[in-house]
Design a binder for this molecule. Structure first.
Ligand SMILES: Nc1nc2c(ncn2[C@@H]2O[C@H](COP(=O)(O)OP(=O)(O)OP(=O)(O)O)[C@@H](O)[C@H]2O)c(=O)[nH]1
Ligand SMILES: [Mg+2]
Length: 192
């Protein structure tokens, strides 16, 4: 799959009035690799700020991708949830922000729900999948940081995750670029 990216740039936040385009939203636990995955997909090292310290992304940021021979779209970077060290108030404001996004968006085409391949799906992940159940947007689970496991471990962990949900699941690594082509295939189908 060869997607050519003409331009990728930061557009603003959920509070700005941006020109409408199809949206692909990246959601998942804090530190799971949302921002890194957007950078890997858009082929830009530092378009989205990433951090070793969970909780880096605090707003809903829109990154516009203009592609050759395909529609432009926004990669929407949701803040991570579930970081144990943030206060209860911050957790609540995550929920508010996420709900505002999912209820407010008219253009959501796909949810990429990221889960660390070494972890399992918890209540928050299932809740998140539930948020798009009624919408026409497709939901895909992306198991991140696959480079941290050996091939055989990867298989085991994927079987475990696949037992928890039905639907498409993609193994990925922003580091080794495993799964990036497969994610692009899904994105191009969703935005077409
Ligand atoms: N080994 C490895 N590390 C990764 C991968 N993806 C992300 N990381 C690392 O994981 C940490 C968190 O990555 P981010 O992309 O900032 O995670 P995030 O989900 O955007 O985090 P928040 O914005 O806090 O919600 C960083 O240190 C990244 O370098 C991956 O595929 N492999
Ligand atoms: Mg982030």
């Amino acid at each position: 799959m060869m997607v050519k990216i003409q331009n990728a740039s930061y557009s603003g936040t959920v509070y700005d009035s941006l020109p409408p385009l199809p949206e692909v939203v990246f959601a998942g636990r804090s530190n799971v690799g949302k921002s890194s995955l957007i950078n890997a997909l858009l082929g830009r090292k530092d378009l989205v700020k990433t951090s070793k310290h969970p909780g880096k992304t605090r707003n809903i940021n829109y990154f516009r991708a203009d592609l050759v021979d395909l529609p432009s779209f926004y990669a929407v970077d949701l803040p991570g949830y579930g970081y144990a060290k943030v206060s209860h108030d911050v957790q609540l404001s995550w929920e508010k922000l996420a709900l505002r996004y999912f209820k407010g968006t008219q253009n959501l085409r796909m949810l990429l729900l990221l889960v660390d391949i070494r972890r399992e799906m918890k209540t928050e992940e299932l809740l998140c999948l539930g948020l798009v159940k009624e919408s026409p947007a497709k939901a895909i689970v992306v198991a991140t940081k696959a480079d941290k496991l050996s091939n055989s471990e990867r298989k085991l962990h994927m079987q475990h995750l696949q037992n928890q949900i039905t639907g498409t699941m993609i193994v990925s690594s922003a580091k080794s670029r495993l799964g990036i082509d497969q994610i692009w295939r899904e994105i191009t189908l969703a935005i077409a």
